[in-house]
Design a protein around this ligand. Structure first.
Ligand code: CA
Length: 224
């Protein structure tokens, strides 16, 4: 899961990208103008910024330069409706790392996003919380050195909690991040999966870390 900002004023396009990226587990925020984006950039750190060229207030080319000067480590993927060499060169010159020509399908978007996120992610390969460790590449989970077998969804659920240790997550956040935007957070599936996960990562051990916070959600406590 990585933090991605989509800057695009066309609502349909923005929602399409957001939904597509959330389905594969990313956390996505959207801005419909440079001024809105500036506000989000002050409050968040994004691994990737998807930036449309045609925006209100100023062009994506100019905004890319501004982002690049303030946030040099974020990757920028530029969206262009114009499949011309001049635009591509101007986009790359203004600080974009790559570009994608509209219209594009989700597979193409995912491929570009994966390629850009791979560029700086060696440190994200494993997550650790005290004696609980998970390797995102080998998908191995260990607690006190003992291997724990998780299903794909249990793994995603644990990954989400491991990236947000000590932060209470409500059902909506869990549903969005682990199951995707269309999932109904009121179904009892989340509780069932939390119980499965708890049986595997907590029940055999004296210290319990996956807690229910009544009326609020669930939290994975930091382990010393
Ligand atoms: Ca636009």
């Amino acid at each position: 899961m990585r933090n991605i900002l989509v800057i695009e004023d066309e609502k349909k396009m923005s929602a399409f990208i957001q939904q597509g990226l959330e389905e594969v587990g990313h956390s996505v925020k959207t801005a419909d103008s440079p001024s809105h984006a500036r506000q989000l950039l002050l409050e968040n750190k994004f691994d990737l910024i998807i930036l449309d060229i045609m925006l209100p207030e100023l062009s994506g080319f100019d905004f890319a330069k501004e982002i690049r000067s303030q946030s040099p480590t974020s990757h920028i993927l530029m969206l262009t409706a114009l499949n011309t060499t001049k635009d591509k060169i101007q986009g790359l010159d203004s600080g974009a790392d790559d570009y994608l020509t509209k219209p594009f399908d989700l597979e193409e978007l995912h491929a570009r996003v994966r390629a850009l996120l791979r560029r700086n992610s060696p440190d994200k390969a494993s997550l650790q919380n005290g004696q609980l460790e998970m390797n995102l590449l080998t998908r191995q989970v260990l607690r006190e050195g003992m291997r724990i077998e998780l299903t794909t969804k249990e793994f995603s659920l644990l990954e989400f909690f491991m990236k947000n240790v000590d932060q209470v997550q409500d059902r909506n956040a869990i549903a969005r991040q682990v199951w995707g935007a269309d999932f109904d957070p009121d179904s009892n599936v989340i509780d069932v999966y939390i119980n499965h996960l708890r049986k595997k990562i907590d029940s055999p051990y004296s210290k319990k870390i996956l807690k229910t916070v009544v009326g609020q959600g669930y939290v994975l406590n930091k382990m010393e």
